[in-house]
Each structure stands twice: as structure tokens, then as C-alpha cells.
Ligand binder design. Structure first.
Ligand code: GAF
Length: 381
């Protein structure tokens, strides 16, 4: 039996970002953790026993959450062909296409994906999908890609094949997260270090409120923030906003006359600084002390970076008013999820407070659940 005759499965998780928002594409710092929910990708060879049919030249991709399989012929496939396939399958086919484009022979395959990450909630269902597919294909074909190559490939699928200008944090933590830990990432070097996040030991929980707010203009606004940050770095004559330290912030702001760019710079520079402070506190075993930094991060996203919406602001205030030590929106913004660092005994009351605040404001029902720092991508045997 050849290696390709095996059926291979890999799981990769979604993520929560504890702190460090919109800092990744500024070469800065982030501190996400992997979730228990994720995507399992299974690869089987096309041939005897395969529903794709013996002798097929195609790649067949299926999702347990979608009615129809997508089949493409390998020969002559170009990037432009990927614009015609359903969104979810673009992540899978994008990975296969990028490998092929880089000279790796990817034989006819069937890839089946099955995910329990809510979509559109800002929990990185797409990173879970891409990372599970890249890991399973690497394993199945025995490519032996190292950690850096795996990360680069997953990020390139999202940036180049799918065309989303994201910064790589989500893929990095989906690949490298560790149970019971957050992952401190330097998004310039892509060096990572696991930092203990012992919620249970401290009698705390991360309570997640999925606001289910529709993502208003999130695509265009994300790209606009990224371009604005790059323009600010250009005007400040630094490679990226990461290169402006907290001590240099006032003088950097003094040299910019565009108020919008000044707000972007203030958010990114102070957010990088908050990430470093949270990491320091976690290293010292002072988890309960990080709350004010989480809340300050939210205020910065609301007032300076301007990526929150009424639903997330309402959820944050409700959490803070009901015993949370700190609360903030997590992820790219314009909707999605809020997290609260909440004493275990206050979890129910905090959840009720968010539901009540939503009902009072006339918003739809939010989804409340607790999140555990979980293991990154791994083989499912
Ligand atoms: C999204 C992006 F995919 C990440 O790269 C990151 O920029 C995040 O928004 C904001 O911190 O999740």
C-alpha cells in the first residue's frame, strides 16, 4: 500500500483572541488561544472505493455542512477558476492550488471537511478550515513542511487564494495553540510562546457573548484600517507601526496631521503595549489582574480604531456591570463576539445581564458560552 492510499484526518481549532486586535498586520503582538471547537479535514485517495470515481483527474471537496460536493479538474486550473466555486470550498481548493502552483504534485484527492465553529461569529471558522486542510494534505502526501512553511501556506491561502487581507494571527494559533495556554505571537518574526492561562486555578472563566450582530461592511472596513495603518507607518518613516514604542507615541502623534491616522496609530501602539503587559502579568501568575487591560483594549477599539457596533458595546458594558473583571470585543470587529473575564460564581448572572441588556435594546438573542484554551491542530487517528 502506498502512503497515499491511507485515509488521513486532522483537526484544527477556531480561536478567541484574548488581546491584541489589528496588531498582527502591523508586525505587532497578539495573544490568542485555541478553542475546543474546530474543523476536521479528512483526505482519501481517489480510486477504488472513492465516490469521486476511479481514474478521476479531479479534486473533490465536500463539507458535512453543505449539500453539494465541489469537483474541479486539476489540469489547467488557474487562480481565477477559484472565484467561481462556493466560498467555503475556496479555502480547500486554494490550498491544493497553491501547493500545485509551487511545484508540488497533488494527486487526485477527495477532501471532506466537518466543522462545528459558528460561521460569521469572529471565531475564525476559516482558519480552522484552512489549517485542518493544510495539515492533512501535508501529512497525507508526506510533504514534511516545517512549522514556518505550514504557517506561511495557511496565511497565503487566505491572502492570495481567497483574497482576504488578514494578518495571520488566526492561522498561527490554530496551528500552534496549546491546551491551558494562550499563544504569545510576535507577528514580525512569527516566533510564538505558550503562556499559562489557568482559568480554573484562579476560579475564573472566559465568558463569550456571540452578539450575532450582522457583520456590517466588515470586509471593506478591515481593508481600510489596514491601508490606513500602512499609510501612517509610511508617513512616520517606520517599516510598520510595531516600530513605534509607547514612549514614542506622543511625538509620533505630534508629527501626523490626519486625525483618522492619529487614532489608528494610538490604537495600535497602545494595544501592542497592552499585550506585553498582559503577558507579563500572566507570566507572574496574576491572571485576575489583566481585567482592566482587556477593558482598555475595548475602549481603544471603540473610540480610536472605531471597529465596534452597538451590540458589542452593549455586551461589554453588561458584562462589566455584572461582575466581569474585564471585557472586550474579540476578532476583526463590526459584530461578532465579546469576551468577559468572569469569576466562576458570576457566570450565570453575567450571561443573564447580557441577555437582559440585549432585550432592552431591542437586539436579537445573543449566544452565551464559556471558552477553554485548547489544543492546536492535531492528527485524528
Ligand atoms: C481577523 C483577521 F483575520 C486577523 O488577522 C486579525 O487582524 C483580526 O481580525 C483582528 O485582530 O480575525
Amino acid at each position: 500500500m502506498t502512503r497515499e492510499a491511507h485515509v488521513t484526518s486532522w483537526f484544527a481549532p477556531g480561536r478567541i483572541n484574548l488581546i491584541g486586535e489589528h496588531t498582527d498586520y502591523n508586525d505587532g503582538f497578539v495573544l490568542p488561544f485555541a478553542l475546543a471547537v474546530g474543523c476536521t479535514a479528512t483526505v482519501s485517495p481517489v480510486g477504488a472505493g472513492s465516490s469521486a470515481g476511479e481514474g478521476s483527474d479531479g479534486w473533490t471537496v465536500r463539507s458535512a455542512q453543505q449539500p453539494d460536493a465541489v469537483v474541479v479538474r486539476r489540469s489547467g486550473l488557474a487562480a481565477a477558476d477559484l472565484t467561481d466555486v462556493p466560498d467555503w470550498s475556496r479555502y480547500v481548493l486554494g490550498a491544493l492550488w497553491l501547493l500545485t502552483d509551487r511545484g508540488i504534485v497533488v494527486p487526485p484527492l477527495e477532501v471532506v471537511v466537518d466543522s462545528d465553529v459558528p460561521t460569521g461569529a469572529g471565531l475564525s471558522s476559516s482558519a480552522a478550515l484552512v489549517c485542518s486542510v493544510v495539515r492533512v494534505v501535508d501529512d497525507h502526501l508526506g510533504l514534511g513542511l516545517d512549522d514556518d512553511a505550514l504557517f506561511a501556506l495557511t496565511r497565503d491561502v487566505e491572502n492570495d487564494a481567497v483574497g482576504a487581507p488578514t494578518g495571520g494571527m488566526d492561522q498561527l494559533v490554530s496551528l500552534r495553540g496549546e491546551a491551558g495556554h494562550a499563544l504569545f505571537c510576535d507577528m514580525r518574526s512569527h516566533a510564538t510562546r505558550s503562556v499559562p492561562l489557568d482559568l480554573h486555578g484562579d476560579g475564573l472563566r472566559v465568558l463569550v457573548a456571540d452578539t450575532r450582530a450582522p457583520h456590517r461592511h466588515s470586509d471593506g472596513e478591515y481593508g481600510a484600517r489596514r491601508r490606513g495603518c500602512e499609510e501612517a507607518a509610511r508617513r512616520l518613516d517606520v517599516p510598520a507601526l510595531r516600530d513605534v514604542t509607547a514612549d514614542e507615541l506622543d511625538s509620533a502623534l505630534g508629527s501626523l496631521d490626519d486625525e483618522e491616522l492619529r487614532r489608528y496609530v494610538r490604537h495600535v501602539v497602545t494595544e501592542d503595549d497592552r499585550v506585553l503587559s498582559v503577558v507579563r502579568l500572566l507570566d507572574e501568575g496574576r491572571l485576575a489582574d489583566i481585567g482592566p487591560l482587556l477593558t482598555a483594549s475595548h475602549r481603544s477599539m471603540r473610540d480610536d480604531f472605531r471597529i465596534t457596533v452597538p451590540e458589542v458595546d452593549t455586551a461589554v458594558e453588561a458584562l462589566l456591570g455584572s461582575g466581569a473583571l474585564g471585557a472586550r470585543m474579540t476578532g476583526g470587529g463590526f459584530g461578532g463576539c465579546v469576551i468577559g473575564l468572569v469569576p466562576e460564581r458570576s457566570v450565570d448572572a453575567a450571561g443573564d445581564a447580557v441577555r437582559r441588556a440585549f432585550a432592552d435594546a431591542g437586539f436579537g438573542e445573543p449566544d452565551l458560552f464559556t471558552a477553554e484554551p485548547s489544543r492546536g491542530a492535531h492528527a485524528v487517528r
